[in-house]
Design a protein around this ligand. Sequence first.
Ligand code: ADP
Length: 449
Amino acid sequence: PHDTVDVVVVGSGGAGFSAAISATDNGAKVILIEKEPVIGGNAKLAAGGMNAAWTDQQKAKKITDSPELMFKDTMEGGRNINDPALVEILSSHSKDSVDWMTKMGADLTDVGMMGGASVNRAHRPTGGAGVGAHVVQVLYDNAVKRNIDLRMNTRGIEVLKDDKGTVKGILVKGMYKGYYWVKADAVILATGGFAKNNERVAKLDPSLKGFISTNQPGAVGDGLDVAENAGGALKDMKYIQAHPTLSVKGGVMVTEAVRGNGAILVNREGKRFVNEITTRDKASAAILAQTGKSAYLIFDDSVRKSLSKIDKYIGLGVAPSADTLVKLGKMEGIDGKALTETVARYNSLVSSGKDTDFERPNLPRALNEGNYYAIEVTPGVHHTMGGVMIDTKAEVVNAQKQVIPGLYGAGEVTGGVHGANRLGGNAISDIITFGRLAGEEAAKYSKKN
Ligand code: ADP
């Protein structure tokens, strides 16, 4: 059997759903396939926020930002090897993407700080609930509203081309139907990254061998093979990001927003050792340099109340608490006396408004309210910056930068947007903006063919 549509989208994360919705809204008939039995990919797990510049939500909070500043932060965070043309799209369309999501029913009114950002620009639901689960739910509801044909347990295997090299669809394998062709004028690859595939990760970056990962089971990179077999060039593959704070107790990723909202990082000796909201590569390296290759996120009830996600960590049992820092230190094997001094010192820096010890750029609140909490954390493989090369229309290109007609890519499967290091909050922004772009371009292309 086979099925014929205008556009087939591979992968049901944020990029795939955004692409499927935008292709549909641009008049295309779409099939969206997902190899796993659940939707949402890693996008669903994203906890930090959606970076966007100069939005109504920022204005309401009197935060001054600009696409130029977001561009600069993103390039610096990526060590300037990002593709500037793609970063330009990311920054200048970030506000449209927040508006697009809001119009579809998303709540992105809370705006917080993430590592490497000059200002608060990580948009998330009020109360600080997980942004990814919310965004995926809104996208899913909107896909259902549009009657998009979503096929679960269906893996994209090989892009079909005619003898001129033009894309004609994709060979898929459904759990029940087996192998069949989905014929289409355009194929959008939105298959995510490969951080869960430690063999592949370690081959590219041996320092990450044996690391745990924050990713969902499907993030193994088979979509990259599909792209490469179709002639797409891969770039920046060796740049693989460790997320600095995975809970040692439970393996869950603790969002950067916990630090953004005020938590500090201390070692077993009870001392701070880094600007807590530096970029992920630097924070990870600093944690691995401490005794036991782990560190502790320390915060109080005022931080807990600022971010509802924290109650989830407490519920999971990974954030023990005590009414004094000395008791907390005793429970967790941290020098309690030093910890008490460290927090007092930190609080005095908060009152002075300047972190003269580690140059932390934001000091949102003192840590002196109610119970204190400690989450032991260590880095885990989180995001793969490299991937298939695309141009400014989200078209996949080959090593000579020639377009492969009818093949598009969006989201973590692509390389170039984040350079050598992705900033927290830029993934959700990336997948919505480039998913929309790929969907729109693929729909236009399909109409011409
Ligand atoms: P992004 O954030 O770029 O949208 P995600 O990780 O959220 O990426 O989503 C990618 C989705 O693609 C995941 O749900 C994953 O299971 C799915 N996927 C990966 N490879 C394939 C494939 N070959 N066929 C179908 N779906 C795939």
